[in-house]
Design a protein around this ligand. Structure first.
Ligand code: NAI
Length: 335
């Protein structure tokens, strides 16, 4: 029976990389019925709500979404639709595997990078609780709860055990934010005691950023609150070739939405040059979630072969090809 998936192409480069990903997924032979849900900055402005009902309803119905990026206005305008989606569906775990692609030239091509980032996805400074206390003084509330911290820590440790990972590193700034990050780190320690088979350590976020650049190969599983997770994910993406290649998954108890780490890239949108690897790799995570591991393996091998061949790479990773030629090459490698 065909899997029903909500496809949210998004805006900016979203529709370009979504079309490429649908073609590649379909080439694996897996049967999918796509339920298309349009969502863009323009639609949100028109509808006056940061998360139109039709999108929520569709993901509730199918249980699985594949999503392109959606633009969020900076310093004003509507609230982030991405944050709203994660909160409304309670997609509490943001999972971002970051690994070296064979054959891809990067500044770190001599080291083998293979880490998985777990970012708490529902609270912290993303609660959107901001107000002006008096003129020219604003306050933004950082919410950290025991409930959400334990939940993401358990998710990361359970993943580590299931996937034979050796070490979990919790990242924090509890030397300064003793209460909020202090609670987060205490919850991580508590969960760590239930997993004696997995090594556990802690790094302050500034030091973690330096260590990631100096010794990226020494990291395995990273566990972070929302804001540090967001920033460190982009840093980690930069280690393995940039935002064009790093996938992501937003996991809840019931629903899951798979999306790349990157945004709508307005600087290249509409030019046919966006790298679809990140969304294709997010679709690989989706296929594994659906139990379609053979199709996931085929697509993963085809992407690796396309990078190893190196003839049809997009500009962001040193090539000269566009989205379509790269996608055609991946599909040829699926065979
Ligand atoms: P961005 O990720 O869109 O772009 C950063 C840089 O990376 C740009 O130079 C862009 O051209 C490049 N890039 C990103 N993805 C690429 C790809 N697939 N292929 C080739 N190059 C790629 O980040 P930026 O510019 O900070 O944000 C743009 C908009 O996207 C903002 O409105 C932001 O709020 C939104 N955004 C949405 C996300 C989502 O929907 N999940 C996530 C992150 C940002």
């Amino acid at each position: 029976m065909a899997h029903k998936i909500t496809l949210i192409p998004g805006d900016g480069i979203g529709p370009e990389v979504a079309d490429a990903t649908v073609r590649a997924v379909e080439a694996t032979g897996v049967e999918i019925e796509w339920e298309r849900a349009e969502l863009s900055a323009a639609i949100i402005e028109q509808s006056g709500t940061s998360l139109p009902e039709h999108v929520l309803e569709s993901v509730h119905r199918t249980g699985v979404g594949l999503k392109g990026p959606v633009t969020t206005p900076i310093a004003g305008g509507f609230k982030s639709v991405n944050v709203a989606l994660r909160k409304q569906l309670d997609l509490f775990a943001n999972v971002r595997p970051v690994f070296t692609l064979p054959g891809l030239k990067t500044r770190f091509e001599d080291v083998n990078i293979d880490m998985v980032i777990f970012r708490e996805n529902t609270e912290d400074l993303y609660s959107g609780l901001e107000h002006e206390v008096v003129q020219d003084v604003v306050e933004s509330l950082k919410i950290i709860t025991r409930y959400a911290s334990i939940r993401i820590a358990k998710y990361a440790f359970a993943y580590a055990r299931k996937n034979k990972r050796r070490k979990v590193t919790a990242v924090h700034k509890a030397n300064i934010m003793k209460l909020s990050d202090g609670l987060f780190i205490r919850c991580c320690r508590e969960v760590a005691t239930e997993y004696p088979d997995i090594a556990y350590n802690e790094l302050i976020v500034d030091n973690a950023s330096m260590q990631l650049v100096m010794r990226p190969e020494s990291f395995d599983v990273l566990l972070l609150p929302n804001l540090y997770g967001d920033i460190v994910s982009d840093l980690a993406a930069g280690l393995v070739g940039g935002l064009g290649v790093v996938p992501g998954a937003n996991m809840g108890e019931k629903e899951a939405v798979f999306e790349a780490v990157h945004g709508s890239a307005p600087d290249i949108a509409g030019h046919g040059v966006a790298n679809p690897t990140a969304l294709m790799s997010s679709a690989i995570l989706m296929l594994r979630h659906l139990g379609e591991s053979a199709a996931a393996d085929r697509l993963q091998k085809a992407i690796a072969a396309t990078f190893a061949e190196g003839k049809f790479l997009t500009r962001d990773v040193g090539g000269t090809s566009g989205t379509k030629d790269f996608t055609d090459a991946v599909i040829r490698h699926i065979g």
